[in-house]
Ligand binder design. Structure first.
Ligand SMILES: Nc1nc2c(ncn2[C@@H]2O[C@H](COP(=O)(O)OP(=O)(O)OP(=O)(O)O)[C@@H](O)[C@H]2O)c(=O)[nH]1
Length: 685
């Protein structure tokens, strides 16, 4: 079903629809992993986290999954080969976070016999450990299914997309390989912020949309209200909607006939030269980079010589295959299909796999037009990461590079702090992306890593018209710096879309105004639901705006955002000083109006975590030359060693050894020695 939208609505919608390819997140290793013989090859393919190590042996190690309706590999290939492109359907699910995309995907895989329905395969497409723990999708997943409709086989390709705003790039890329989407809305919650923005992304890409109302089994489900919302907000006809419960499976089978009838088949010509787009990629320790590709024209098989039109690099295809739902090798991928491939020898660096890049055969290099490609995701949030004990630097370096290997959207730079020693400055696409990465780092390193508060970049346009973008607040010049004369300072803003029940409107407006938000629009969705648009400083967004919104609305608010613009702003660098010496790890570029409040918070909190010294310690917060807050730590009165008798050698030695171990963890700031745990506790939320 195509949308027939009026001119004014179209104008309003397209104003939303700027393609924002932000994040791609920690990625999965979707290959079956060998090494745990007690786990069946099927489960190894589906749950990589069940087993240690990576896929090591030949492709024959992973057979086609065994389940109801499963076929041995030659049979699967034969059935796929017999399906013409007119009977392909590539689709995804567009929804707000938690509205049930992954659950519905599982049901569809069960229904088509791609996986068994015995309850052991829950959340097949959420494969990343962190996704299971947090119950959210971070990385888009794909799966091919075969569905027999009215006696004919159809090749369906389902992409499960993340709902969270940080992972918008995943969503956009998924849409590029699809002809249509299921617009899924939770019957008890109705349309939420990400339903709106994901709808606009899908609409901008001209996807055919099938309205699906999920969770109709819930006592709080209000189906008529959701249908009315879909009609008023998106002009989707309630008569086209499919009402389902992904949890119980009720009515899920009606979705696939709708997919076949309403979503167009992909266009493509197998006889033309190969034209193939890179949609996603991830790193496998043994294969090198694995590519997820959408073949537009031609076909590709193992042994073909390919060229990347983006980088000019040439490769020989090692294997092609489909995700079913684990990787199943195929002898060929044809126009219209989405599948994986890797090269032999493998592509070594994930940076060489440019998402949106066009590949063709070497012989057709000059015949094929490249696709425009996707926008490079740009980091929005930065943190510093330092080992508590500098002797751990090597170990931490290894695991950071391992994590970034599979997540091209994390930017990485070496950093040095006088207070914290050597470490890194990491850039992320949003706060969730940042916290997912932090969790993974902490899981591996426990308490031995210090992570500084998230910050956003700042831009300075100097008097001579040149500009500098500062990602590290420690490098930002203070207001009394002579270079700042005649300079203009800018901070990034985001366009935030917030939905909430009307009763919380007052509180949400109050919150947005208090963080320098500027209201752009206010719209009533339905008699009780409100959608608000605010331009908000990005620094406030990373300062847990979502948490604050949830607090103000008893958890009912939803938030989505996209980059807006740089705005000129009255910013200052707030620094913590210990006995007049700046602690470079504790420094932020903030709006001048916040300096005093934050300064007071800092000095009070830092005082709690610093041990007393033999002399007085003065803790101050300074904005430029101005001291905005101060606390004093009184000196020790007693010398603990003085109590010991001179002959008490063992006790003395013990004390000295303890002191020596402690010293390893101490950093000197001026004449004051501060235990690393003080920074850690201070920086902990
Ligand atoms: N009662 C009920 N619960 C459901 C239904 N569908 C999904 N859920 C539950 O809703 C929660 C979220 O489901 P998911 O499938 O993880 O949602 P999602 O949209 O994939 O979430 P993200 O991946 O984070 O975007 C889970 O606890 C599901 O069990 C349903 O039809 N009825």
């Amino acid at each position: 079903m195509r949308l027939g939208l009026g001119r004014s609505r179209l104008a309003r919608l397209t104003s939303f629809s700027r393609t924002n390819t932000r994040p791609c997140a920690p990625q999965i290793l979707p290959f079956p992993q060998l090494g745990n013989p007690s786990v069946s090859p099927r489960l190894q393919g589906v749950f990589p986290s069940l087993v240690r190590g990576f896929h090591v042996s030949g492709c024959s190690a992973y057979a086609a999954p065994k389940g109801p309706g499963d076929f041995p590999r030659p049979e699967l290939e034969r059935r796929i080969a017999a399906i013409p492109i007119e009977r392909y359907r590539n689709f995804c699910i567009v929804a707000h976070i938690d509205h049930g995309k992954s659950t519905l995907s599982d049901r569809l895989l069960e229904f088509t016999g791609t996986i068994s329905a015995n309850g052991s395969n829950k959340q097949i497409l959420d494969k990343l450990d962190v996704e299971r723990e947090r119950g959210i999708t971070v990385k888009a997943q794909t799966c091919t299914m075969i569905y027999n409709h009215k006696g004919e086989d159809y090749l369906l390709h389902l992409v499960d997309t993340p709902g969270h705003v940080d992972f918008r790039a995943e969503v956009t890329r998924s849409y590029a390989s699809c002809g249509g989407a299921l617009l899924l809305v939770d019957a008890s919650q109705g349309i939420q912020a990400q339903t709106v923005s994901n709808f606009h992304l899908a609409f901008a890409q001209d996807l055919a949309l099938i309205p699906v109302v999920n969770k109709i089994d819930m006592p709080s489900a209000d189906v008529p209200r959701v249908l009315e919302q879909m009609e008023t907000s998106f002009e989707l006809n309630p008569a086209d909607a499919v009402l389902v419960s992904a949890k119980t499976g009720k009515n899920v089978p009606s979705i696939l006939p709708a997919v076949i009838e309403q979503i167009p088949a992909p266009q493509g010509d197998t006889s033309k030269p190969l034209r193939m787009m890179l949609v996603d990629s991830w790193y496998d320790n043994f294969r090198g980079v694995i590519l997820l590709v959408r073949v537009f024209d031609g076909q590709v098989k193992a042994g073909d010589s390919l060229v990347s039109l983006g980088t000019g690099n040439r490769y020989t295809v090692g294997e092609v295959g489909i995700q079913y739902p684990g990787p199943v090798p195929q002898s060929v991928l044809r126009a219209g299909q989405v599948g994986y491939m890797f090269f032999n020898p493998g592509m070594k660096r994930i940076q060489d796999a440019k998402l949106g890049d066009t590949f063709t055969t070497v012989s057709a290099e000059n015949l094929v037009e490249p696709y425009p490609g996707f926008e490079e995701p740009k980091p929005m949030v930065f943190v510093g990461a330092f080992p508590v004990d500098q002797s751990d630097y090597g170990r931490l370096a290894d695991s950071i590079s391992q994590l970034t290997l599979n997540d091209r959207s994390v930017t990485l730079q070496k950093d040095f702090s006088e207070a914290l020693g050597s470490g890194w400055r990491l850039g992320f696409l949003g706060s969730l992306h940042c916290s997912v990465f932090q969790d993974r780092l902490r899981q591996e390193h426990g308490g031995s890593v210090i992570i500084t508060d998230p910050t956003v970049p700042t831009r300075v346009v100097w008097a001579d018209g040149t500009e500098t973008i500062y990602q590290n607040p420690a490098e930002f010049p203070t207001t009394d710096d002579h270079r700042m004369r005649g300079a203009a300072v800018y901070e990034p803003f985001v366009k935030a879309t917030i939905t909430m029940p009307e009763e919380y409107l007052g509180r949400v407006i109050e919150l947005c105004e208090s963080i320098r938000g500027e209201q752009k629009s206010l719209e009533f969705f339905h008699t009780t639901q409100v959608i608000l648009q605010y331009d908000i400083p990005a620094s406030q967004l990373v300062d847990d705006l979502f948490g604050k919104l949830k607090g103000a609305t008893k958890g009912y608010a939803t938030l989505d955002y996209e980059d807006a613009e740089w705005r000129r702003s009255d910013l200052t660098k707030l620094q913590l000083l210990v006995n007049k010496v700046p602690v470079d790890a504790i420094c932020r570029v903030i709006h001048t109006s916040q300096a005093e409040r934050l300064g007071r918070q800092w000095v009070t909190k830092f005082k709690e975590h610093v041990d007393r010294q033999m002399f007085e310690v003065v803790i101050q917060a300074a904005a430029g030359k101005k001291i905005v807050a101060r606390e004093t730590l009184k000196p020790f009165r007693k010398d603990v060693l003085a109590k010991l008798h001179a002959s008490d050698i063992t006790r003395r030695r013990k004390l000295l050894e303890k002191q020596k171990a402690g010293r390893k963890r101490l950093r000197a700031v001026g004449n004051v020695t501060i235990d690393q745990s003080a920074f850690q506790s201070f920086l902990a939320k």
